[in-house]
Design a protein around this ligand. Sequence first.
Ligand code: NAD
Length: 738
Amino acid sequence: MDKARFLMCAPSHYEVDYVINPWMEGNLHRASRERARVQWQGLHDALSCRATVDLIEPQPGLPDLVFTANAAVLLGCRAVLARFFHPERQGEEPWFQRWFEGQGWQVEQLPQNLPFEGAGDALIDRGGGWLWAGYGFRSELDAHPLLAQFLGMEVLSLRLIDERFYHLDTCFCPLGDGTLLYYPPAFDFHSNRLIESRISPAKRLAVEEADALAFACNAVNVANTVILNQASPGLRQRLEARGFEVVETPLGEFLLAGGAAKCLTLRLDEPQPVRAEEFGVLARPSGVATGSGAPLVAGEAAAAAGTTAPEPREMAGSLTAPHRLIRLQGHLLDSGLINQALDRIVEGGGSFQVLDFALGQQRHSPSTATIRVSAPDGEVLADLMAQLIDLGAEFVESEERDASLALVEADGVAPDDFYVSTIYPAEVRLDGLWWPVSRQRMDSALVVDRYPKGSEVSVRVECRLLRDLRAGEQVVVGVEGLRTQRRPLSREGRESDFAFMAAGVSSERRVELVVEQLAWEWRRLRERQARVVVVAGPVVIHTGAGAHLAKLVREGYVQALLGGNAIAVHDVEQALMGTSLGVDLQQGQAVHGGHRHHLKAINTIRRCGGIAAAVEQGVLRSGIFHACVSRGVPFVLAGSIRDDGPLPDTEMDLIAAQAAYAKALAGAEMVIMLSSMLHSIGVGNMTPAGVKLVCVDINPAVVTKLSDRGSLESVGVVTDVGLFLSLLVRQLDRLAAG
Ligand code: NAD
């Protein structure tokens, strides 16, 4: 059998001269060229007694030329040349090109601006007959279909997510017998699933973090020898048990630049992959790697090929990664929407190309971007599209299609893949027309009802909770034919309104300032008789702010009050006995025997038959709920498992309670949430975008959760609710006096 053949480059000009990966950080000019030379020689010696080693001439100014693995990926007579991501390494390209051409390779080049870093990110699976290709840091996903074409083999894309493992070969090493040495946490969930679907458990050799950080996966495999920088005794044992001889050769100087054995070598005569079954490789699964339009196959695996690479096959449509064209419109830069969208694409395992970006010329004019989104397979692409549509992206016109519908087969159960609504106004495309969605709320299915209207058929689309679905109804599935309106159309639309308080949460923001702005806004709402709903927890009473909330109710600021059993119990206890959970709020002291007070309060209201009855009977004479009853302000108390009593008014049927909340919230223009995580989150989930939300809580996490709806209309205030309400009432009084 011919000896394997590798390409290396002596480290005569090796240096850590710049920082292009986390390993290089802090190591500028710290590598010793002498030690590097000795270590490189050690690797060269270990390799040259098992293989032929060719050398490329080192070049001054190209310190990373030693890492020949990144030069190209080779199969048969073809060399697909690298397009380096960082300008610092782009100077290597012509040197490698000249060398390959001089040696008789047919050099293939990817388009400019399509980064791909050779065998650093492209590893042939000798067992499976496909190419594992990495992306995420140095190589672009869009290069993968071209690799499939050039090499005539299936390409499986793996997304790298840990910057320390910036090239596939730093954390992934397919060995000759079909074993895979790899570090799973370096990959995203989907990639791990793909690996697991292709490589049987018996053939997967996952390394621990310590081995991964010692670059154990950056190994060179020749026949049954594995040459690497360092392996823990455990890893050595596992490899030996599989019949491998492990050769350690220290390469610490190169680790300073983020490379080791594999990076320092390029296999020139990559053996043609053999048939998968012989290696115990799993059969190609359905769904995982080949979701709609997924396979990047350019010919049967090169199994049948001899030393010459097969001609790329004609394959209509399969040579591009699954992709869609979307358009984003609005204040893309100042709203951060464009960044958000691009981050989602990358974090979701996709890749993008901004095809055009038209920046609005005037302050009020919107910007537009057309973006090509690609993904390793149809499943990932569909996930990405769902997220982008929720952000307000639309398919470009030529790609617009009608929504797909599926039948509800059983009451309360949606078809798989049903579209899950958000808080943002949505529209659905049917028969080429866009129809608005009514009763917008998050976490619902979209039910489509076609009904006759005169001589024509009209369409109604409505958000419906799962439990309210009925067999036979039609529900939107997938993401085709959907669009959401995420942002106000103009900057002015935003500025004129509530957002002057600025969305987001800040514990540092001066509470007084927010209070001043809120008071001004709330008065305006009252003047035009708009609907404001308050959600409140018992802390309002404990902090002594019950009187303030009662005043707001009495003065007509509140159109509905939502809460649980506790706020009402504590309010009644306060009204009847001057205590809240047995604590005298005037004195701030626990009252002797006071712990029974709240049960007595519950008992009193139960005897009366409810809160309204207690007011009518003259038993309850003050407090928030007295104000609600006297003023005719409706309230809903939703039950919970913690409730004592409960009060007769507390709705213990949760579905009925949710429905009552939804009814109270209908038409609300502002919702003020005061220190109740449970009820505030419940309300947040049923409130559409456009309704102004103010969330006051002492815990920043609760405020963030509630105001982080990406909506300009939410304001989070991290503060004590007692302080907040007292400042608010004082400010309203001031405005009234003014
Ligand atoms: P919750 O945990 O949902 O919310 C309390 C919130 O108040 C928390 O987010 C907390 O960070 C915040 N908070 C605490 N101190 C604050 C302060 N000084 N200023 C601002 N925010 C502050 O609890 P919940 O809404 O009180 O109760 C959950 C459920 O349990 C409700 O349905 C309630 O009615 C019920 N409950 C019943 C009883 C009872 O029947 N005796 C007693 C307590 C709670």
